[in-house]
Design a protein around this ligand. Structure first.
Ligand code: ZN
Length: 358
C-alpha cells in the first residue's frame, strides 16, 4: 500500500497507553477520573489528525546541526507549560547542565539512554541512523495521561496523579516512543493489525532493552515490564505490559485487566486499538522474552541484534505478518550466528507462542 495515499493505515500517532484503558476510565464512577480520561482521549484524537497530515505531506527533513559529532546526541527539551502547543518553551539543550525541573532532566536522560543503546549496541546514529536531533516536550496539557511520538518529536504528559504518574518516570517508555521513530525510518510497519502489533512490539522490545542497557542488567535480572513506576499508588498493577507474562501487568477495578495474550491461540480479533496493536503485541513480545531468557546474558547482544537485523535489513515489508517476521528472525539468527544456540532458541520461542517460523 502506498504510504502517501492511504493515511488511515499509516503509522499514526503512537501513544504508550492504549485506547482500551481509556474506554474503562471514561466509564469510571469517579466523575473527576472520567473527565480527565475523556479530555486525554479528545486531545489524542486532535494529535492523530495532525500526525496524518504530517504523514501525507511528509515531515520536515531533520538534519543534524553543522559540526555535530555523529556519536553525540543532539537533545532539546521543551516545556509546553500545560498547553497543547508544540514544541513549547526551550528549557534544556545538549550539553547544558541539569535544571530545577526533574521532569525535564528525566526526559533529557531518557533521550540520551535511548541514543546510547542504538549507538553502542547496533552502531545506529540516532533515530533515523543519520544523527537526527532528539526533541521532547514535557508538561503537555493538564493531567495528560499519555506520552507519544508524533512523527518528529516526543511528548510527555504529567499524568493525573490518580491513575498515572509523570510519563517521564519509566525510561522504557521513552525508549518505546523513540523506537516508533526508528521503525518509521526502517521497516515502516503499518500501524494496523499484525504489522501494527509488530510495530508496537518493536517499541516494547527496544524500550525494555534501553532500560536493561542503562541498568546493565542481564536477561534474568530484568523485570521485562513496560511502564513500571507509571501507575499511581493504589492502582492494582505493576506496569502497562509484561513481556515475561503478557496479561498479568495489571488487574484493577478502574483500569480493568491487562488484555494481552502470550500465544496465538489467545489472539484477539478487534476493530479497536487499530486492530489490537497494543493487545496482540503480547505475542511477539513474549517470543523475544523467550529467546533472551533461553540465551541468558545481556538481551541487547544476541537476541536484540537478531531483532534489530530484521527491523533494519530491508526485507521486512511494511505489511509483514507475525509469521513473516518470525521466519526472518530465523534467517537473521543463522546469518549472524550459524546453526547454534541462537537459531535454536529463536525457532523454539516462535513455536512456544504458536507462530510458524519457516
Ligand atoms: Zn507504541
Amino acid at each position: 500500500m502506498d504510504a502517501t495515499t492511504n493515511p488511515v493505515f499509516n503509522p499514526v500517532f503512537c501513544t504508550i497507553v492504549p485506547p482500551h484503558v481509556f474506554d474503562r476510565l471514561i466509564e469510571a464512577e469517579d466523575p473527576a477520573l472520567a473527565r480527565i480520561a475523556r479530555r486525554t482521549f479528545v486531545a489524542d484524537a486532535a494529535q492523530r489528525t495532525e500526525r496524518r497530515l504530517t504523514t501525507v505531506l511528509g515531515a520536515e527533513p531533520a538534519a543534524p546541526p553543522a559540526g555535530a559529532a555523529a556519536d553525540q546526541p543532539q537533545r532539546t527539551v521543551y516545556d509546553a507549560q500545560h498547553s497543547t502547543t508544540l514544541p513549547g518553551r526551550r528549557v534544556r539543550g545538549e550539553g547544558e547542565p541539569p535544571v530545577q525541573d526533574a521532569t525535564v532532566n528525566r526526559a533529557y536522560s531518557g533521550l540520551g539512554a535511548t541514543f546510547e543503546l542504538y549507538l553502542q549496541a547496533y552502531g545506529r546514529h540516532s533515530i533515523d541512523g543519520n544523527g537526527m536531533p532528539l526533541d521532547a516536550t514535557v508538561h503537555f496539557d493538564n493531567s495528560y495521561n499519555n506520552a507519544f511520538w508524533n512523527g518528529s518529536q516526543m511528548v510527555f504528559g504529567d499524568g493525573d496523579g490518580q491513575i498515572f504518574l509523570d510519563f517521564t518516570l519509566p525510561v522504557d517508555v521513552i525508549g518505546h516512543e523513540l523506537t516508533h521513530g526508528v521503525t518509521q525510518h526502517s521497516a515502516n510497519l503499518t500501524y494496523f493489525g499484525q504489522p501494527g502489533a509488530l510495530n508496537e512490539s518493536m517499541s516494547d522490545v527496544f524500550g525494555s532493552l534501553v532500560k536493561q542497557y542503562a541498568l546493565d542488567q542481564d536477561a534474568h535480572q530484568a523485570d521485562w515490564l513496560i511502564g513500571a513506576g507509571l501507575l499511581a499508588p493504589g492502582v492494582h498493577g505493576d506496569a502497562l505490559r509484561s513481556m515475561k507474562a503478557p496479561g498479568t501487568a495489571y488487574d484493577d477495578a478502574v483500569l480493568g485487566k491487562d488484555p494481552q495474550p502470550a500465544t496465538m491461540d489467545q489472539y484477539v480479533t478487534t476493530g479497536r486499538d487499530n486492530g489490537g496493536v497494543h493487545i496482540n503485541s503480547g505475542i511477539p513480545n513474549h517470543a523475544f522474552y523467550l529467546v533472551a531468557d533461553a540465551l541468558g546474558g545481556k538481551a541487547w547482544e544476541h537476541a536484540g541484534q537478531i531483532w534489530y537485523d530484521v527491523l533494519t535489513c530491508g526485507r521486512l515489508g511494511s505489511q509483514a505478518m507475525f509469521k513473516d517476521f518470525a521466519g526472518l528472525t530465523v534467517i537473521a539468527a543463522r546469518d549472524r550466528y550459524g546453526d547454534g544456540a541462537e537459531t535454536q532458541a529463536v525457532r523454539k520461542a516462535w513455536s512456544q507462542v504458536g507462530v510458524p517460523a519457516s
